[in-house]
Write a protein that binds this ligand. Structure first.
Ligand code: GLY
Ligand code: MN
Ligand code: MN
Length: 440
């Protein structure tokens, strides 16, 4: 088995140090883990850690709270978590416990999560500001207020309660936007698996398969590599491809239709996110090929803008321009390109943006605008580029185009020189897709 990339304890420690440097020695930051969620009756969903918590701790258990207290002599990083409990662990799985929290996960100190209400108010004493993600979880908001109120009641004994609440995402999400070399190795690994998975789906696709059978093909590749889906994936044949978030995946794939697969893998929490649209029978019809080529040209035009110094929206503008020019060329739109763009005449066919940040969350964190200006692209940022065209039946459009839905999505890293397409090994030219599909 080849060695798979990891993010080492040292990197998590560096992230925590950076966070503490940025919040300053008068402050404290509190980050809760995700909890288990009931799926039905007493069965739970598979556990997925909160991305902020995972980024700072690497600790993949529920019922935990990480606390960061810069310059605290008795220890800056405190982890509240579940204690070891052999009986419980035999039923629900292993726990790191307090010792593991310190030895494996680098906490300076660790306490049982059940004691947090007794201990946390003391840690807030004489700190001026609390950084946390306000409003993410109302129950946690209430808990934080209760801890602060414990201190307020002690004011006559000379204790100061924090007076300021500051948004932790303001700092943390900017850190998460720039990927480290280790994160990029992990993301490349996720991308490689997603590429293999889409390739496999293309190779086995044939008319009269069910959409879920194609889904089973890429899921097999994900699980074979120890990964999961990074979001609820889409297999949409024919008109289903025009529904942006179609997830039923339960219809038959028809001869002569296109099928759109939007699926990505998650590895150590990091997402890939790929879309390809290909002919169920292995050969694009004339109309399908024409619209496909327009979307592909738009995607390439957008990727050409993915470089340092350009701003976020340059990619979208390039995609829109190419899509509109293409739609005018085939007669779906009529008029001057600039006017069609200005009047958003393309909106019935292209109603979403051209991409999003990608990382621990598939729609990753990070601002798209800074001070009301589109953000400049910088090395280390990772994002998707995913233009599409969706032609729903309408009297305004010749019937021959109806129900063609196409999206092409790749994952891109901004580099010093320009960009690297992390998913470039997945075919996307018409000829290459047809040639690959002919090999099954
Ligand atoms: N798969 C979600 C997206 O493409 O944004
Ligand atoms: Mn996407
Ligand atoms: Mn996608």
């Amino acid at each position: 088995m080849k060695k798979t990339p990891k993010i080492h304890a040292k990197e998590f420690a560096t992230r925590r140090e950076q966070l503490m440097r940025m919040i300053g020695e008068e402050s404290i930051a509190i980050v809760p883990s995700a909890g288990l969620k009931i799926r039905n009756r007493d069965a739970e969903y598979g556990f997925r850690q909160n991305s902020d918590f995972l980024y700072l701790t690497g600790f993949n258990e529920p019922d935990a709270v990480a606390v960061f207290i810069p310059e605290r002599e008795a220890g800056e990083y405190i982890l509240f978590c579940r204690e070891r409990d052999p009986k419980a662990e035999q039923w629900v799985g292993r726990r790191a416990g307090l010792e593991g929290a310190q030895k494996t996960f680098g906490a300076d100190d660790a306490f049982p999560i059940i004691d947090i209400d007794d201990i946390l108010p003391g840690l807030l004493e004489d700190r001026a500001a609390i950084y946390y993600n306000m409003g993410e979880d109302t129950e946690f908001d209430t808990q934080v207020m209760a801890w602060v109120n414990v201190l307020k009641k002690k004011v006559r004994s000379g204790v100061h309660a924090p007076q300021e609440f500051v948004s932790l995402p303001l700092i943390l999400h900017d850190m998460r936007l720039y990927k480290s070399p280790a994160e990029l190795r992990v993301m490349r690994h996720s991308a490689r698996t997603a590429v293999a998975a889409h390739t496999r789906a293309m190779q086995v696709c044939k008319p009269d398969m069910m959409e879920y059978q194609l889904e089973a093909e890429y899921l097999h590749e994900f699980r074979k590599n120890g990964m999961e889906t990074s979001y609820t994936s889409i297999v949409g044949g024919g008109e289903n491809a025009c529904i942006l978030h179609y997830v039923e995946n339960d219809q038959m794939l028809k001869d002569g239709d296109l099928v759109l697969i939007d699926a990505g893998a998650e590895y150590l929490g990091y997402a890939s996110d790929i879309t390809r649209t290909f002919p169920v029978n292995g050969t694009y019809s004339e109309e399908q090929a024409k619209l496909y080529q327009i979307v592909l040209n738009a995607q390439k035009a957008a990727i050409a803008k993915a470089k340092p110094g350009n701003c976020w929206n340059d990619m979208h503008d390039a995609a829109v321009f190419t899509l509109v020019a293409g739609l005018a060329d085939v007669g779906i739109l009529e008029g001057e390109i600039d006017t069609l763009i200005e009047e958003k005449a393309y909106f019935p066919f292209y109603m979403h943006k051209t991409g999003h940040w990608l990382g621990l969350d598939v729609h990753d964190v990070g601002d798209y605008k800074v001070d009301d200006h589109w953000r400049l692209l910088e090395p280390g940022m990772t994002l998707t580029v995913e233009p599409g065209l969706y032609v729903s039946p309408s009297d305004d459009v010749d019937k021959k185009w109806w129900n063609i839905g196409i999206r092409i999505e790749d994952d891109v890293l901004i580099t010093k020189q320009g960009c690297e397409v992390l998913t470039k090994d997945l075919v996307k030219e018409v000829d290459d897709i047809e040639a690959l599909m002919a090999t099954n």
